[in-house]
Design a protein around this ligand. Structure first.
Ligand code: SF4
Length: 483
């Protein structure tokens, strides 16, 4: 389980801020329901808010709310949302932005009529572009990057562009990692940043089309995978069919490697590879690089289980369920004091004494961000009787903040930015600690440094971060959040 920082899930469980999930359905008689099911499949990408906009061919209606998909749509799709096209969004908000006005899809009325937008990612130059737009008279309703895109697009449309061309112009002004869906009453448009940092795939329904952040959403609605939307590409779907245009020339590819390590669901595929299979390979590679004298291997649920099973296979050790996660602890859990919070964490995760007592345990986790979660889990295993705890991490040390849609907190809070591996081992209380190397990681994803974003390990950002803008100052300057 990645230690996610900056936001708690109601249990004061520190979390690495996740990104968002987007889905768009076109040309299906039951598009809203398809969209809802796809949102359920994408729930892991954001639990703060959810929403859906539906087109009946003439106008767009929408429904958004705070909380999980099931909380926002407790009785399924609301009666008033009927149509053959829909755009949905699940949102993870960064610190303090968990407000309804920032829930998506965003809805605006502009020169060409209704427009709904759903966006995943961060624009590193959004504060700058926003300032320019405000200076020119634009008035913003939200603190979302998405609204910056909407204003830019509306401005170009006002000058006479059709929507796809206006989006293309807007993309040339935007810097960052994003996957974007836009819907008018008569078209669905998908676009991806020119580095392809954030994922977006295209699928086929028996009747219609779908675009989504992850292919697991296609499985949920019986769609077949067609292809990934290319970096810099704009896909336009309407009654005239599907066409694509080059929004921006593709640049050096830089898919977020953390999609493989942690974010994506194991049953999703990216770049033609199954995420679970890649995670198993991460674990195998980790076992080759950092073997341990141990009795069993366990993984931190849920995201580290694939890597832990790969480690166990390669090491010839038993994989055991040493940790159990309670998925049903509500996010609304009240946490008035430290004691209640500690109890809350215990409700969330527990160690299986029967499995670990007296054993030398290899515990595989996908990352260490701040170190507090790892310390807690090591302690949990020891309290359950583990004789030794050997911590193995299926990614390299997380040393740099992300600026492209993942909230990892300020760099100063990243334990690997200020401590050596040995110092981290001591701080988390493990008997040994081993991180996967960057070469090992690249081997598992069958790629090179020129194909993935590795910036949180290397500090080499594919999209330059505006000068002098550290993570803390970025948040200060922005004063608002990505999506
Ligand atoms: Fe992903 Fe890290 Fe790059 Fe952010 S910096 S996009 S988390 S690989």
């Amino acid at each position: 389980m990645a230690e996610r920082v900056a936001v708690t899930d109601g249990l004061n469980w520190p979390r690495l801020g996740e990104e968002c999930g987007v889905v768009g359905i076109w040309g299906h008689p039951d598009a809203p329901r398809m969209c809802l099911w796809a949102l359920y499949a994408l729930q892991h990408r954001g639990q703060e808010s959810a929403g859906m906009a539906v087109s009946d061919g003439v106008r767009i209606r929408y429904h958004r709310g705070m909380g999980l998909v099931a909380e926002v749509f407790p009785r399924g799709v609301p009666e008033q949302l009927r149509g053959q096209a829909a755009v949905g969004h699940v949102r993870y908000s960064t610190m303090g932005a968990s407000v309804l006005s920032n829930a998506q899809p965003l809805f605006i009325r502009f020169r060409h009529g209704d427009l709904a937008l759903a966006h995943n990612g961060n624009l590193v130059n959004a504060p700058h572009v926003r300032q320019q737009l405000e200076d020119a008279g634009s008035i913003f309703q939200t603190t979302l990057d998405t609204e910056v895109v909407a204003h830019l697009v509306a401005r170009y449309c006002a000058r006479g562009d059709e929507l796809p061309e206006a989006l293309s112009r807007a993309m040339r002004e935007l810097r960052g990692g994003y996957a974007l869906l836009m819907m008018t009453p008569t078209s669905l448009i998908g676009a991806r940043d020119p580095h392809g940092i954030r994922p977006l795939s295209l699928g086929r329904l028996e009747e219609g089309w779908v675009m989504a952040s992850e292919t697991c959403a296609f499985d949920a609605i019986g769609a077949t995978f067609e292809r990934e939307v290319e970096p810099g590409e704009i896909v336009v779907i309407s009654h005239e069919g599907l066409r694509t245009l080059r929004g921006q020339e593709p640049m050096q590819p830089a898919l977020c490697i953390f999609e493989f390590i942690y974010f994506a669901r194991p049953d999703s595929n990216l770049r033609g590879m199954n995420v679970h299979a890649v995670r198993k390979e991460l674990g195998r590679q980790l076992a080759r690089e950092h073997p341990a004298d141990a009795d069993l291997v366990t993984g931190v649920p849920d995201s580290s289980i694939s890597a832990a099973s790969g480690y166990a296979e390669e090491a010839g050790l038993a994989y055991e369920m040493g940790l159990v996660k309670n998925r049903y602890v509500g996010r609304t859990f009240i946490q008035p004091d430290q004691q209640t919070r500690d109890l809350g964490v215990r409700l969330k995760l527990n160690a299986l004494r029967k499995v670990v007592e007296g054993k030398r345990v290899v515990m595989v986790d996908d990352s260490i961000v701040r170190g507090t979660t790892s310390s807690y889990i090591v302690r949990l295993l020891r309290e359950a009787g583990a004789r030794e705890v050997h911590l193995r991490i299926s990614s390299p040390p997380y040393r740099y903040s992300c600026f492209y849609g993942i909230d990892t907190s300020a760099r100063a809070e990243l334990i690997a930015a200020r401590s050596s591996v040995e110092e981290i081992r001591k701080q988390v209380g493990a008997d040994s600690l081993g991180y996967l190397s960057i070469d090992g990681l690249l081997k598992a994803v069958r790629g090179t440094r020129q194909e993935y974003c590795l910036a949180c390990f290397t500090g080499e950002y594919p999209v330059p971060i505006p000068q002098g803008l550290g993570k803390a100052s970025l948040e200060e300057v922005r004063g608002y959040q990505g999506d």
